[in-house]
Design a protein around this ligand. Structure first.
Ligand SMILES: NC(=O)c1ccc[n+]([C@@H]2O[C@H](COP(=O)([O-])OP(=O)(O)OC[C@H]3O[C@@H](n4cnc5c(N)ncnc54)[C@H](O)[C@@H]3O)[C@@H](O)[C@H]2O)c1
Ligand SMILES: [Zn+2]
Ligand SMILES: [Zn+2]
Length: 341
């Protein structure tokens, strides 16, 4: 089968023939139809984070396809089922986090396209107990971005504790952010968005943001947001890939507000102790979502409430797609068609 392989953190991916994986006990082999391209795949391919994947590996954790074989003991999936892979690929099921509804914190978890080969190939393995099942009638290319971007922002919005009718800030209107605006609206929130380009502001408005700020041209984005919302946003979600966006988002919070950090630029940001304490701010991290969060996120999509903006490209475009992502030139998400490779 063909796959895009990371061989070296400083070199382009190589699209080449690799051996077809065999499903072990509890696993299924999936013929991949489409895979979204997440900025996390780019961080993975560059070895950006403290815990690095082992090369060579195949990235990709927004894969959708059909089960073509199952390993021993698999009862949840059968041949012909439409399933996906996810960043949260599997977990131990028995630790304190798995046992208390916080399975995405499991220290034994495996991650799709990171510690297990992912969906940037014509076939992939999934764990039959953890793979999301795609409901019938759903367009497989359109649901792909839900498997990471969708579930991550849906969970992050829950973590922001913003209630219906209140203001939420979506910082970064890329693959995650433009979908976050749609979930926020579906959850009854009012949206202000920030990015660093006018075409991202247009994308944000198209999906329902009431205010879209260009942080490069607005002299004080936090002040603009505070004025527009009458005191600041009740909560926010930072999906931006730049550390500067994080402090800016803290500055846009209303007193008592909560900020969920989702973007993962390999940077730090200064947190002002005085205003965090006096204004009772909560700053927390949010990582993808549990199996239940993912099923809920897919259900929002299947009911027609979320329509990702995306472009379909062949797997052989992967290095060009990463270059465009680095430059912030992607409108929404790119979804790769594995049959076109
Ligand atoms: N926490 C999680 O579970 C989780 C899950 C998926 C992705 N991520 C991370 O989220 C981040 C975003 O992923 P994506 O696929 O949406 O990336 P993307 O490249 O599609 O979007 C990033 C957006 O950030 C914008 N941006 C850059 N600098 C900015 C600034 N200073 N202010 C505001 N916006 C700015 C870019 O213009 C772009 O629109 C990545 O770091 C990724 O690794 C985290
Ligand atoms: Zn992702
Ligand atoms: Zn566990």
């Amino acid at each position: 089968m063909k796959a895009a392989v990371v061989k070296d953190f400083t070199a382009p991916l190589v699209v080449e023939d690799v051996e077809l994986p065999e499903p072990g006990p509890g696993q299924a082999l999936v013929k991949v139809l489409y895979s979204g391209v997440c900025h996390t795949d780019l961080h993975a391919a560059h070895g950006d984070w403290p815990v690095k994947p082992t090369v060579p590996f195949v990235p990709g954790h927004e894969g959708v396809g059909e089960v073509v074989a199952v390993g021993d003991g698999v009862t949840r999936l059968t041949i012909g089922d439409m399933v996906g892979n996810a960043w949260f690929w599997s977990a131990c099921g028995a630790c304190e986090f798995c046992e208390t509804g916080r399975e995405t914190l499991c220290p034994e978890q495996r991650n799709g396209g990171y510690s297990v080969d992912g969906s940037f190939g014509q076939y992939m393995l999934v764990d039959a107990a953890y793979a999301p099942v795609i409901p019938p009638g759903v367009e497989p290319s359109a649901v792909a971005p839900i498997l990471c971007a969708g579930v991550t922002v849906y969970k992050g919005l829950k973590e922001s504790e913003v209630r219906p009718g209140q203001w939420v800030l979506i910082s970064g209107v890329g693959g995650l952010g433009h979908i976050a605006i749609q979930y926020a609206r579906a959850m009854g929130m009012r949206v202000v968005a920030v990015d660093v380009a006018d075409d991202k502001s247009a994308l944000a408005r198209r999906h329902g943001a009431e205010l879209a700020v260009n942080a490069l041209t607005d002299p004080d984005p936090a002040a603009t947001i505070k004025e527009f919302t009458g005191g600041g946003v009740h909560g926010g979600l930072v999906t931006a890939v730049n550390g500067a966006a994080f402090s800016q988002a803290v500055g846009a919070l209303r007193r008592g507000g909560t900020l969920a950090l989702v973007g993962l630029p390999p940077e730090q940001f200064p947190l002002d102790i005085f205003s965090t304490v006096l204004f009772g701010l909560t700053i927390r991290g949010s990582i993808v979502g549990t199996r239940a969060d993912l099923a809920e996120a897919i259900d929002f999509f299947a009911r027609g409430l979320i329509s990702p903006t995306y472009t379909v490209r062949p797997l052989t475009d992967i290095n060009a797609i990463f270059d465009e992502m680095t430059a912030g030139r992607i409108d929404g998400r790119v979804v790769m068609d594995m049959s076109a490779s």
